[in-house]
Design a protein. Structure first.
Length: 318
């Protein structure tokens, strides 16, 4: 397979915008999950001044909105997308995803609004003084905010796994029809969320990028990365032990050629090995540049993984 044909072949249905969409959704779900866990394990560090929470405030909903816009404009008839927002089908993975996105965004806005209550009230009094109901509405959230936060964590996990379910539901592609895929996408999404959070912390606190939040993210990141590696191995072992279609799919993906190099050099080399090699240097240094290099490589690796799964997964049809 040549470089030119690697992105264009007869069995290709979903192309590069879908990979970016999956990547952005994973970042949002991973950031939100980490933010909720930070507030549970370190309540004193999870307030409105938290870099992780401020990053989640912008990137959490922003990544979902951008991802959905990419998906909508990628449709054959983008002007009909609104039908998906109101016509639900419990037998359609896509329709269930729309319901999940809607609930996720509503809960995310309410959860973040309560955390940044003081800032919202200040803005409301300055720009919309007539909307006195805003402080009252935020007050109504006080008794239910703890439960809302728990629901937010559940929805973030479901959203992160949903990106894998979306691909694994494609039964005609043996490579993608794999039960490991939702868990793999969930943990790689958390890994990308951790990378975005650490980059934000390094940029905001250049003098000391190793505060309480950063230490928490690092503690969460290590087992997540190892789980990601385990799930990748389990994913390929499952293909190797599967039927003829799965073995053909594995051979097409890793038997040599463009996507084989993409996986070993990009996903494994840049996305996993380089951050591991840089991590000891980052831990010993107070410089933010090491954090940016390691997290940037990890983030690119997750994006390359999405491209690899999507494209290599469509090389073989059952």
């Amino acid at each position: 397979m040549t470089h030119a044909s690697a992105f264009h072949f007869d069995s290709l249905v979903w192309d590069w915008p879908i990979a970016i969409y999956l990547f952005l959704i994973g970042i949002s779900a991973g950031l939100v999950a980490l933010a909720v866990l930070l507030r549970r394990f370190h309540p004193e560090a999870g307030g409105a001044e938290s870099t992780l929470l401020r990053t989640t405030l912008v990137v959490g909903p922003g990544a979902v909105i951008l991802g959905l816009l990419i998906l909508v404009f990628h449709l054959t008839r983008p002007w009909t997308f609104w039908k998906l927002m109101f016509h639900y089908s419990f037998t359609s993975v896509m329709s269930m995803g729309v319901m999940l996105f809607q609930l996720y965004m509503v809960v995310l806005v309410l959860w973040l609004a309560k955390i940044f209550e003081k800032e919202i009230v200040v803005l409301q009094r300055r720009w919309l003084p007539g909307l006195g109901i805003v402080p009252k509405a935020l007050g109504w959230l006080t008794p239910v905010h703890r439960g809302l936060e728990t629901l937010m964590l559940v929805l973030a996990v479901l959203l992160g796994a949903y990106t894998g379910f979306l691909l694994s539901a494609l039964k005609s592609y043996p490579f993608l029809n794999n039960p490991i895929l939702p868990a793999l996408f969930l943990f790689s999404g958390v890994s990308s969320g951790a990378a975005v959070a650490l980059i934000a912390m390094a940029l905001r606190s250049r003098g000391n990028p190793h505060g309480v939040e950063a230490h928490f993210i690092h503690r969460m990141e290590t087992p997540v990365v190892w789980l990601e590696i385990f799930l990748l191995a389990a994913f390929f072992v499952g293909l190797a032990l599967g039927d003829d279609g799965k073995m053909r799919a594995l051979a097409a993906a890793l038997g040599g050629g463009f996507w084989t190099l993409w996986f070993w050099l990009g996903v494994v080399g840049l996305g996993l090995v380089v951050p591991m090699l840089l991590k000891p240097l980052v831990n010993r240094s107070a410089s933010a540049y090491g954090v940016l290099a390691a997290c940037g490589a990890s983030l690119i690796g997750v994006l390359l993984l999405r491209f690899f799964i999507l494209y290599a997964g469509q090389l073989t049809v059952a």
